[in-house]
Design a binder for this molecule. Sequence first.
Ligand code: ADP
Length: 289
Amino acid sequence: MSNPILRTESLSLVYGKGTPFEKQAVKNVSIEINRGEVIGVIGHTGSGKSTLMQMLNGLIKPTSGKVFLDGKDIHADKKSLRNVRFRVGLVFQYPENQLFEETVRRDIAFGPHNMGLPEEAIEKRVKSAAAFAGLKPELLDRSPFDLSGGEKRRAAIAGVIAMDPEVLILDEPTAGLDPMGREDLLSQIDAYHKSRNNTVLLVSHSMEDIAGIADRVLVMNHGECVMLDTTQNVFSKAAELEKIGLRIPQITKITSELRAKGVPLSEGILTVSEAFEEIRAILKKEGRL
Ligand code: ADP
């Protein structure tokens, strides 16, 4: 029996309803997210990804349709809606803009504090969240405004992790970071997920980021969910994705072209390290290594 942590029923959102600027950002999205899954969320700019994510944690109320967290309608009453914000943690794109306390420690403690946790528990959470986000302990007593761009991002992510949300939603967490910073942050997110076994939704423009981390991929196009399937299945549909302005990871493309030329590689290779291992094994077998 399926028992999803999050489920939506015909979720729709119209911005500026009844005005000349009316815009339907999300249309009839019905999805199920299972406990412990990592879901990659892709779609071109304006396809409704951010709007959908903000509806999943109750920040935006749908124009129509419902969101169920653990089987309960999140808009059923005000008190449970407050809890939803703690249980479904949302890290915005450029979250560093939301740092506002005097010290990094106080910023990270803000969520747990609002949850009404005792001081000792808050301090514990701040420390472990900072470690998970890859933030050095000596930065905790600094002003968030003195941190570098990457450190600010990590501090903001730690602030959400500190609430220990059952579902962690990250909206383009690696946007604007350099390749090392991206890789580092992604492996930190992966380590966090593995240790907590919580559910993660990761919105990204980078197919490589998604391929390396996601169990399933949700594809948005013009406000609709057009695919929600395993990462391999989604990235095996190169032509369909191309039609909606998306591409598959480059390594998947190259390895499938090599396969078509007779190189005995597996179907649906998603990461460079997988490709590397397979090519090495082939060369060894052929006595060339
Ligand atoms: P994505 O995250 O995929 O880029 P968004 O959810 O941000 O997509 O936006 C979906 C659509 O809704 C876009 O056409 C965008 O311009 C519009 N939109 C987003 N936020 C607002 C808003 N606050 N008011 C009006 N329109 C908005």
